[in-house]
Design a protein around this ligand. Structure first.
Ligand code: ADP
Length: 497
């Protein structure tokens, strides 16, 4: 310490060590002139100077413009005995470092000196700037968010609110909201219990998601909101406040309510329609059965024998009556299906026995020129399904096969594999053109209107079959070509009982 040593040759070793090796920059100035008398080794690290470069130069060299500032250091020290503050300190390469400066006036060997301690705070400054920048960014998000953002105390006071929240609740500004809305439980929620439920949810799970409530806006109009929020706690678990977001979902709620109302109305209309169809079908069936009964009595000669023309007419009346009954029954089935009123009752079905029952219904020659053949795999395992519905499906397919085959064979085959059973109803009849394979499953659709007149039927059978199979989780496919016969293949899985 040449300068200082010159001032005080008795400086003790401890001071010397502290001064020389201090982690901070220490500079000793002449208090009157501001000339540097000595500098610690840290000037090398922080400012790039060797101590001897600075000794004898004015302190302005390291505490530059405005010049007065550095002179003021000295003046301050004169006036108050010390100075303290942040200063830009010049490095040898012309750049500056922000340093925390302490200056103290001391008497060293009867010389008034200023001891300047400079502590580098560039890193701290950088962190402070980064924090300020992050704060600015988050404030931007907070201010410009579309969602309302809030912080409230547990007892229902707003700590902060963003402009979007004020807008949603109809206030001119967040400040107006915070000063006016001082009792969230009492003022905000239409259902007064809602706040308690919100708090209970936060107590139990520390967060709530999509919490939907109806609330009053500033002008007492009502809106629906959805809230997401969390409870913010300190390290000990003590609740500090709630914070969260709010979205106005009134439009969505209104649409949902309108949809629900439309569905309810539709369900009601559909129920009325089903009831109407059920009643009307029943009312039609009763007189029709009487007509059919008398027709049969007429036909079998109970009221005396008929001339051939009369037999023809009676038979035509009977046939038309039977078709009408078929139509009424199919319509009834369909309306039950539409109303979802058809329950599936799965049970373990002995398929051989079921086919035996069907064979009895179609016993003998089904129709002149058509033979019915049953091909059933031996040891057919049981199938868990609804037997009534399976019968309905097979009956429909078999009677179609017989109906659309003028002369030939109708074969009913069944096989089984691990996934379930496969039923094939195969005929050598008129066949179905490819373009009609989809269409025949639609209600009231037939391949050709003239066929309908020739073969009878109303075009509901296959549609009902497809709907019933959907209930049984089954599927149907058709393999056919015009004039080449048809095969209808039904796959049915094992259902759970
Ligand atoms: P419907 O038999 O009462 O007309 P379906 O819905 O059972 O009504 O059948 C629809 C149409 O599909 C029939 O009109 C017919 O054109 C055609 N179709 C159904 N099964 C066969 C078949 N095995 N062979 C030829 N055409 C068929």
């Amino acid at each position: 310490m040449e300068g200082a040593a010159a001032l005080d040759p008795d400086v003790d070793g401890l001071f010397e060590t502290w001064f020389r090796h201090s982690p901070d920059v220490i500079v000793i100035l002449d208090a009157r002139t501001g000339v540097i008398l000595d500098a610690s080794l840290a000037v090398r690290r922080y400012l790039g100077y060797e101590p001897e470069h600075l000794i004898g130069t004015h302190v302005d060299r390291i505490l530059p413009a405005p010049r007065e500032v550095s002179s003021l250091v000295v003046d301050d020290v004169w006036l108050h005995g010390a100075a303290f503050g942040e200063r830009d300190v010049a490095r040898i390469d012309g750049s500056t470092s922000c340093m925390l400066m302490r200056a103290a006036l001391r008497l060293l060997s009867s010389h008034q000196v200023v001891i300047l301690t400079l502590h580098d705070i560039t890193a701290r400054k950088r962190t402070e700037l980064a924090v300020a920048e992050a704060e600015r960014r988050y404030r931007g998000i907070f201010e410009n968010a579309i969602e309302g953002i809030f912080q409230t105390t547990a007892n229902g006071h707003y700590i902060s609110a963003n402009p979007a929240l004020a807008r949603i609740y109809g206030y001119d500004s967040p400040e107006a909201l915070i000063s006016d809305l001082t009792d969230i439980a009492g003022q905000l929620y239409v259902d007064k219990n809602r706040r308690a439920e919100f708090q209970r949810a936060l107590q139990e799970r520390d967060e709530v998601r999509d919490f939907e409530s109806e609330v009053y806006r500033c002008d007492r109009s009502r809106i629906w909101i959805s809230e997401n929020a969390r409870a913010v706690r300190d390290r000990t678990g003590h609740l500090l406040y709630y914070e969260g977001t709010v979205v106005d979902i009134s439009v969505r709620r209104r649409t949902q309510e309108e949809q629900a109302r439309a569905v309810r109305e539709l369900e009601h209309a559909s129920r009325l329609k089903t009831e109407f169809i059920a009643t009307i079908s029943h009312e039609l069936r009763t007189p029709l059965n009487i007509i059919l009964g008398y027709t049969e009595l007429l036909g079998d000669g109970t009221f005396g024998s008929l001339v051939p023309e009369q037999v023809d007419v009676v038979e035509r009346v009977r046939q038309t009556g039977l078709e009408l009954r078929e139509l009424i029954e199919a319509t009834l089935d369909l309306s039950r299906l539409d109303a979802g009123a058809v329950a599936v009752e799965p049970q373990s079905v002995d398929v051989n026995a079921l086919l035996g029952e069907l064979a009895e219904t179609h016993a003998g020659q089904p129709k002149d020129g058509v033979a019915l053949v049953w091909q059933i795999a031996p040891d057919l395992p049981p199938l868990t399904t609804d037997p009534g519905k399976l019968k309905l499906v097979l009956k429909n397919l078999i009677s179609n096969a017989v109906k659309f085959t003028e002369a030939g064979v109708v074969t009913v085959g069944v096989t089984a594999d691990a996934t379930g059973h496969v039923f094939d109803v195969c005929d050598t009849g008129i066949g179905i053109p490819r373009e009609a394979h989809q269409l025949i499953f639609e209600p009231f659709r037939q391949v050709d209107g003239s066929d309908a007149r020739r073969f009878g039927g109303v075009g509901l059978g296959l549609h009902i079959v497809k709907r019933v199979l959907a209930l049984l989780r089954g599927a149907i496919e058709v393999h056919s070509e015009l004039g080449m016969g048809s095969t209808f293949r039904v796959r049915l899985p094992q259902l759970q009982t």
